[in-house]
Design a protein around this ligand. Structure first.
Ligand code: THU
Length: 160
């Protein structure tokens, strides 16, 4: 028997001002995307902005439904928008932020397991990592070099 440790490295910034300017701008776009969040059931708003290699930006916000399992996460809405608006153009980064009217969220907004899986699929499709820029409604920002880093031991097409 041997023990294997899987570890994740990330960069934590205290303020948006410390981020590289491109990431600041992308986070700002994710915050703007919150306006299109449709969340009458959870009242939890998520905004995402994707930066593509040609400089264009695709947005996403969560879209809920009275049939709860149909809810669409902001990240996957943004991924779909990116591929439809700019087919074949690789994704460089995705910024994610949240708004909860009931309380300030001071921890970075981590994507759910399904969105991690979708981000990893996009990475393997384009054979390039996607940088994740995560912030709550305020507070520190995490920058993570790939989706793969936050989905250790993930299922992937290599098994099929
Ligand atoms: N949500 C996202 O948009 N992204 C995630 O990664 C986690 C959750 C949305 C789905 C639902 O509309 C609300 O947040 C509460 O779960």
């Amino acid at each position: 028997m041997k023990e294997i440790t899987l570890s994740t490295k990330l960069k934590a910034y205290d303020t948006t001002g410390e981020l590289p300017e491109t990431y600041q701008q992308l986070l700002e776009k994710a915050r703007l995307a919150l306006k299109e969040s449709y969340a009458p059931y959870s009242h939890f708003h998520v905004g995402a902005a994707i930066l593509l290699e040609n400089g264009s930006i695709a947005l996403g916000a969560n879209q809920e439904n009275a049939a709860y399992p149909m809810c669409l996460c902001a990240e996957r809405v943004a991924l779909s928008n990116a591929v439809m608006q700019q087919p074949g153009v690789p994704i460089v980064a995705i910024a994610i932020t949240v708004h909860n009217p009931a309380k300030a969220i001071r921890v970075p907004a981590a994507p759910c397991g399904s969105c991690r899986q979708a981000i990893c699929e996009a990475e393997s499709r384009q054979d390039k990592p996607i940088v994740l820029i995560l912030q709550g409604s305020e507070g520190p920002i995490y920058v993570i070099e790939s989706g793969n880093a936050i989905l250790p031991l993930g299922f992937h097409g290599g098994y099929l």
